[in-house]
Write a protein that binds this ligand. Sequence first.
Ligand SMILES: NC(=O)c1ccc[n+]([C@@H]2O[C@H](COP(=O)([O-])OP(=O)(O)OC[C@H]3O[C@@H](n4cnc5c(N)ncnc54)[C@H](O)[C@@H]3O)[C@@H](O)[C@H]2O)c1
Length: 295
Amino acid sequence: MNRSVGYKLLERNENFYSPVESSDHGDHKYDAQVIGIIGCGTIAKIITDFQKERNLDADLKYFQDSDTSKAQNLASQADGMFVQDVGDMLDEVDLVIEAVSTQIAVEIIPQILRKGKDIIVTSIDAFLDLEFKNQVKSIAFENNCRIYAPSGDIAGLDGVKAASIGEIAGINLLIRNSPESLGILSGDESLGIATDEEILLFEGKTQDAVGKFPINLNIAAVLSIITNKEVDLKIIADPRVNHSYHEIRVTGDFGELETITQNTNWATDTKTSVLTAYSVIKLLENLNNNIKIGT
Ligand SMILES: NC(=O)c1ccc[n+]([C@@H]2O[C@H](COP(=O)([O-])OP(=O)(O)OC[C@H]3O[C@@H](n4cnc5c(N)ncnc54)[C@H](O)[C@@H]3O)[C@@H](O)[C@H]2O)c1
C-alpha cells in the first residue's frame, strides 16, 4: 500500500477513534485493493471525489461506462484507466463496483464472479429474481468470491440482520417519493391528481411491484434477502416530498423495529442519495478494518 496514503488515513482516524480501526497499524499492513468501477454516474462520481479529497484507502484503477466520456473523466480524476469493456479489467482487479443499472447488473455479475473477483452490487434489486439470486450465489461459491451489498439509503440493517436469527413476523417498507420521480406529473388533472395531495400508488408484495414504477426496489431487495421473507410494500407519491423517504417496520420474536430515513439527493437532477454512495465508501473502508463494528 502507498504509505503516505496509509499515514494520512491514520491521521484522519486519530481525531475520532483509535487507530486500530484503520487498515494501517502496527506491523499489519494491507495492500490497497485494486478496484474497477462499472457505471460512472452519480455513485461512482461521489466515490471518486471522496478518494481524491480524503484518501480512501483503495486503488480506484479501472473505469467503464457506455458513455465513454464519463468513464474517461473519472479515470483521469483518479489517475486510473478507462476501459472499453468490462472484460478488459477483470484480470487486473481485486474487486469490482457495479454502479450501473439492474438490467446491466444481471449481465455482468455472473461474468465478474466467474473470474473469481469480489463485487459490490448497488443494483441489488436484480436479486428480487430468485432464480438469478440462486444462480449467482452458486457461481460465487464455486469461484470462492464474495458479493457485497451496501446498506444504501436506509438505516437499521444491522438490527434487521440480528432479528432474522429469530422469527420475523412481518416486514413493511413505505417508500414516499415525489410524483415526478414515480413517473407521474404532479397536477396532471387527467389522472385526477392534485399537487397538494398524496396518492397511494401501490400496496402489496414487492414482487408484484417489480417493473411497474421508475424507481428502484433496492431497499426491498436487501430486506428480503436478509430475512428470507417477502416485504410488504407501500409506495406513495407525495408532492410535498423532494427527497427519498423510507420507513421500515419489522416485527418478530425480538420485538419491533422502526426506522425512517429522509435522504438528500446528490443533485437535483439525480435520483440517488448521498447516503447511498457514502454507504459504498464505508463498505470499502470496512473491508480492511480489523475491528468490525455492527452486525
Ligand atoms: N442500493 C441502494 O440503496 C441504491 C440507491 C440508489 C441507487 N442504487 C442503484 O445504483 C445504480 C447506479 O446508480 P447511479 O445513481 O450512480 O446511476 P447513474 O444513472 O447516475 O449512473 C449510471 C451510469 O451507468 C452508465 N451506463 C448505462 N448503461 C450502461 C452500460 N450498458 N454499460 C456501462 N455503463 C452504463 C450510465 O452512462 C451512467 O453513467 C442504479 O442501478 C441504482 O438503482 C442503489
